[in-house]
Write a protein that binds this ligand. Structure first.
Ligand code: ATP
Ligand code: MG
Length: 459
């Protein structure tokens, strides 16, 4: 394993990389050794990335302590009588002091359940100094930390085995997207501390839950066990389509799109802007402050590191959650995200996991495709069935939509934009009917806020 030297030499910029690192025409982009090759050979090297701290000679050894602490806390939070007793016996929260970090991180609780990649909520002492009050999760973020996006509460993801891939993909996403609307829909990665035995990815924390949580809330609210109302589902679909289209246009694939990898982003439009009840696709009048935020880039792919005609082959046992190409052992690239997106849209509409059926296609679809796929579920008659059919057709059969694309190749950027614009048009025309899109979003925001207020009180 080759790893670049850790010392930073800002005065002598590294030479830019010429062409892709991986020359194979066929490979599995998630293969750990292939990723390691990319990380060790790319230029500029990871060690030149702001916030990257590599100490592979050192073992950090904190996993057991952190787990024990958060497990005890979780158990105690289930019964309030236990909580007081636990508060007395529980050791102090684990403190992470990491060389190169501005302050220390105090572990508060576990956010994600993952065994191989637990995510923790932490208090950043550096931002806390700026903010003042350290105990209130509901307090608005500090103004001072705005430029750096650092906040008093942040998320720390520990990946096992330790690796910097996710950090790399998130940083590349922001670098390539620049200051743009899509960039607001991609989580920020502040730091990566890579040790021999453990690693700590410090991320922006969002406290409003995932799309999956939102669906569960909506289901409880409506009591009908289905999905969201059509208007909200369409609005969230637009948010997803815009973000994924932008990532793909920069040759980046998320690789694991599903409801629990998308955070809800209901920010405050700010005091100067009032949030208009009329929907503005441009994001004007407060609309840009509401949307989604993609997380979990651990299965991301940087297409810039592969030759243009690369064909990925899944070498794992596939399931219904994998795209048709993978299941049929046909080559794929961007399809992984289209399939993931289709699954999310399906769950937003129906409140359940997507099942697809394939029909023998009359004409050849290219790249070995012989079937046309559609969802098993039928769209409700009173929905915008034409629009939804178009979305699913595109996402489940992208190869049938290459006609209008540049060079007749993937990704299907034009197709994505067309369906999105169609949905945006519909939302512009209909967004104020009934309680309106703004009304629905505001109500969901209020429910989330109330839920959080209650749960914070119990912790
Ligand atoms: N930045 C964040 N802010 C708020 N919640 C987060 C954040 N990152 C992760 N989470 C929560 O933790 C969960 C797991 O995080 P993530 O998806 O990054 O890890 P993972 O690799 O999916 O872990 P696993 O699949 O093993 O649970 C998310 O579904 C979300 O609920
Ligand atoms: Mg996840």
């Amino acid at each position: 394993m080759q790893l670049a030297a850790k010392t930073k030499t800002p005065s002598a910029p590294e030479p830019a990389q010429k062409g892709p690192i991986v020359r194979d025409v066929q490979c599995n982009p998630m293969d750990p050794s292939l990723r390691q090759t990319i990380l060790s050979q790319m230029k500029p090297s990871l060690s030149s990335y702001d916030g990257y701290h590599e100490r592979l000679e050192t073992a950090y050894g904190r996993t057991a302590e952190i787990r024990k602490y958060t497990k005890t806390l979780t158990k105690a939070s289930r019964s309030s009588t236990n909580l007081e007793k636990t508060a007395q016996t529980l050791s102090l929260p684990p403190l992470l002091s990491l060389k190169g970090a501005d302050g220390t991180y105090a572990v508060k609780r576990q956010l994600g359940e993952g065994t191989f990649a637990p995510v923790y909520l932490v208090e950043n002492s550096a931002a806390a100094l700026v903010d003042g009050d350290v105990s209130d999760e509901n307090r608005p973020p500090s103004r001072v930390g705005k430029a750096t996006h650092r906040k008093h509460l942040e998320a720390v993801k520990m990946e096992d085995p330790p690796n910097a891939w996710e950090f790399y993909i998130i940083r590349q996403s922001h670098r390539r997207l620049g200051v743009s609307r899509a960039a607001e829909s991609v989580v920020r990665a502040h730091e990566m501390h890579l040790f021999r035995d453990e690693c700590f990815l410090v991320e922006e924390y969002r406290d409003q839950g995932t799309l999956l949580d939102l669906l569960n809330i909506a289901r409880l609210e409506s009591g009908n066990g289905g999905g969201l109302d059509e208007m909200t589902a369409m609005w969230l679909t637009v948010e997803m389509l815009r973000t994924v289209e932008a990532l793909h246009s920069k040759q980046l694939i998320h690789g694991d799109l599903k409801g629990d990898n998308v955070l809800v982003r209901f920010d405050d439009p700010g005091t100067e802007t009032d949030w208009s009840p009329t929907y503005f696709p441009s994001g004007a009048h407060g609309w840009a402050s509401k949307g989604i935020c993609l997380i979990d880039f651990g299965r991301g792919v940087d297409m810039k590191q592969f030759v243009p005609n690369v064909a990925f082959i899944a070498d794992w046992k596939t399931t219904e959650a994998d795209c048709a190409e993978m299941r049929e052992l046909r080559p794929w690239t961007y399809q992984i995200d289209y399939h993931g997106l289709a699954g999310i849209v399906h769950s937003l509409l129906f409140g359940k996991y997507m099942e697809i059926i394939g029909e023998k296609a009359g004409t050849a679809l290219g790249q070995g495709a012989t079937r046309t796929y559609k969802i098993r579920e039928s769209l409700k008659r009173y929905w915008q069935t034409e629009i939804w059919s178009e979305v699913f057709h595109l996402l489940l059969n992208p190869l049938a939509h290459l006609e209008g694309e540049e060079g007749r190749r993937m990704p299907v950027l034009r197709g994505m934009r067309q369906v999105r614009e169609r949905m945006e048009g519909w939302l512009e025309d209909n967004g104020e009917k009934g309680i309106g899109l703004k009304g629905t979003i505001a109500r969901m925001e209020a429910i989330i806020r109330e839920k959080r207020r209650k749960s914070v009180k119990n912790m």
